[in-house]
Design a protein around this ligand. Structure first.
Ligand code: C5P
Length: 222
């Protein structure tokens, strides 16, 4: 069976940790906005048939211009983002027709260095397990602290992982997970957390050291 996969790219953040005058996904690296680097990557991955971007409406015109200028063919919807990342993804999911796609992958606009191999592996594993995330083992010791900056306890890092995107899901799983989260006002910082909350098992595969999330000026220089 041939799977149909759509990629949702939340790109509606305002990037306050980054500084500067524009959201971090529009900062340039090698004279190309980071968002465009990310979109170009998906153009090269045959397993992804279409891309939906969630954007702040005031950036839509510029984004469209960039898409035309760089000859990107897969972006078929640009939709308005929401207050939090979760709201942006939810708006994108709301635009899907029933049975339009078998697999949905969700990838941060600000992770332009993910490899096509990892994206393909996420799609295949999502088809097998229903929900999948890439993650790395933490290299540093992680401690739980309180609001006064005092250590409460040292966590066992052998059972912890640092989670990345793309995260992949069978379409019906991520749609039902988002529906439940909205109904019950549940908020989380990644998509898999909503699937977990809805009771779905989530498979973890190896992430990539190079798949960094550009958050600060240091990241882009790095
Ligand atoms: O803010 P954070 O680094 O977690 O953002 C991760 C991704 O989610 C970024 O690509 C950002 O543009 C996007 N985002 C969004 N809508 C928001 C907040 C963040 O699409 N309201």
């Amino acid at each position: 069976m041939i799977m149909k996969c759509v990629a949702i790219i939340p790109a509606a953040g305002i990037g306050t940790r980054f500084g500067g005058t524009m959201p971090k996904q529009f900062s340039e690296y090698e004279s190309i906005p980071i968002l465009i680097h990310t979109l170009k990557l998906f153009e090269r991955i045959n397993e992804v048939s279409s891309v939906i971007i969630a954007i702040t409406p005031s950036w839509e015109e510029y984004t469209n211009e960039m898409i035309v200028f760089h000859g990107l063919k897969k972006v078929y919807k640009i939709i308005a983002g929401g207050k939090e990342r979760q709201d942006s993804v939810s708006n994108a999911l709301d635009t899907l027709e029933p049975n339009e796609y078998d697999i949905v992958i969700i990838h941060d606009a600000v992770r332009p260095f993910v490899s096509p191999e990892l994206v393909r592996k996420i799609i295949l594993t999502a088809n097998e397990f229903g929900a999948v995330i890439p993650a790395l083992k933490p290299k540093e010791t992680i401690k739980q602290i309180d609001e006064n900056g005092m250590v409460q306890k040292t966590l066992d890092r052998s059972v912890l992982c640092v989670v990345q995107t793309p995260q992949g899901f069978k379409t019906e799983i991520i749609i039902s997970a988002y529906k439940k989260a909205i109904k019950e006002n549940y908020h989380a910082t990644d998509d898999a957390a909503l699937a977990e909350y809805a009771g779905y098992p989530v498979k973890v595969i190896d992430g990539e050291e190079t798949n960094i999330k550009i958050t600060t000026q240091f990241d882009i220089q790095f």
